[in-house]
Design a protein around this ligand. Structure first.
Ligand code: C2E
Ligand code: MG
Ligand code: MG
Ligand code: MG
Length: 292
């Protein structure tokens, strides 16, 4: 087909490439100023226990409010931040900000709440990561076991031995570790047991097929079985309907996240969700709603 369109087809193609490259350069330039201009915020999505429907934790998700272009999705700017190396500074900001927020919620009395933080590949393989995590936990005086780091399955599989070594180092800080987007990264099961993990997060592409797609059903069931047999807890991502939730409950999935319960939301909205869905006995003292 490329041959047929000949020279003009080729030029059209390079023009497109040029525009994309130009946009990329612009995005990267803007990203360079985003941190110091306070253009980032974190939103938080509840992680819910399936049996009790109570919130056990939240996942911090990064948002970029571009001064002219408005809200830009992380799927668009994280790869640029990653390739430019800016992700290291941005990622450090995320870790610090998420820990600060968790400490605030713990102080309010939501002491059982945990915080999940996404790590990118570049950040993960970078030497300073350990020090950054350690510092954030110390600065905000939070119990490390309430902080969880997510790395994607495809990241883990890039360099297995190095990944295992880094995960062990991070683990010495007392934090939890989970695999994100599980099922899409072609893990070898024989390696999976060597990773010092606590949790597997089933990718939402499998959950979205439930309950009708029997292949997705079989995959979800298999992932839950593997997770349990290796001693990991399991969370389903992207739950949008009651039917999906019901099926996951029957398959003994432990936790879920998704629009069905709540979209990722800003701090103020999260507090009201916490007041509704966190067990009374898990609050250190009675929380005065009027102070919030
Ligand atoms: P992820 O870590 O797998 O996060 C889950 C994504 O699914 C989030 O998209 C969330 O808003 C979305 N989601 C949650 N529930 C549902 C649902 O029921 N239906 C659908 N359709 N989507 C749902 P978001 O916030 O746009 O983030 C996209 C990805 O960007 C994340 O995927 C993660 O890989 C990356 N990301 C976000 N924040 C950070 C960060 O601070 N650092 C790094 N390195 N990556 C981040
Ligand atoms: Mg994640
Ligand atoms: Mg995910
Ligand atoms: Mg993802």
């Amino acid at each position: 087909r490329a041959k047929e369109s000949g020279r003009s087809g080729y030029q059209f193609y390079t023009e497109q490439m040029h525009i994309d490259a130009q946009q990329l350069v612009e995005l990267e330039q803007d990203l360079r100023h985003a941190l110091k201009n306070n253009e980032f915020t974190l939103v938080y999505q509840p992680q819910v226990q399936l049996d009790s429907m109570q919130i056990s934790g939240v996942e911090a998700l990064l948002r970029w409010h571009h001064p002219h272009k408005g809200l830009i999705s992380p799927d668009k700017f994280i790869p640029v931040a990653e390739s430019s190396g800016l992700i290291v500074a941005i990622g450090a900001w995320v870790i610090n900000q998420a820990c600060r927020q968790l400490s605030y919620w713990h102080d309010l009395g939501f002491e059982q709440l945990s915080m999940a933080i996404n790590l990118s590949a570049r950040q993960f393989f970078q030497k300073d990561l350990l020090a950054t995590i350690k510092q954030a936990i110390a600065d905000h005086n939070i119990p490390p076991q309430k902080v969880e780091f997510e790395i994607t399955e495809s990241m883990m599989m890039r360099n297995i031995e190095e990944t295992i070594a880094i995960l062990h180092q991070i683990k010495t800080l007392g934090v939890q570790l989970s695999v994100d987007d599980f099922g899409t990264g072609y893990s070898s099961l024989s390696y999976l047991k060597r990773f010092p993990l606590n949790k597997i997060k089933i990718d939402r592409t499998f959950v979205s097929g439930l309950p009708d797609d029997s292949d997705d059903g079989a995959i979800v069931e298999a992932i839950i079985a593997i997770a349990h047999s290796l001693g990991f807890t399991v969370l389903a991502e992207g739950v949008e309907t009651a039917e999906q939730l019901h099926l996951l409950a029957m398959k003994r999935c432990g936790e879920f996240q998704g629009y069905y319960f709540s979209r990722p939301c800003p701090v103020a909205e999260l507090v009201s969700l916490l007041l509704e869905h966190l067990p009374e006995e898990h609050r250190a003292c009675s929380v005065n709603t009027r102070q919030l």
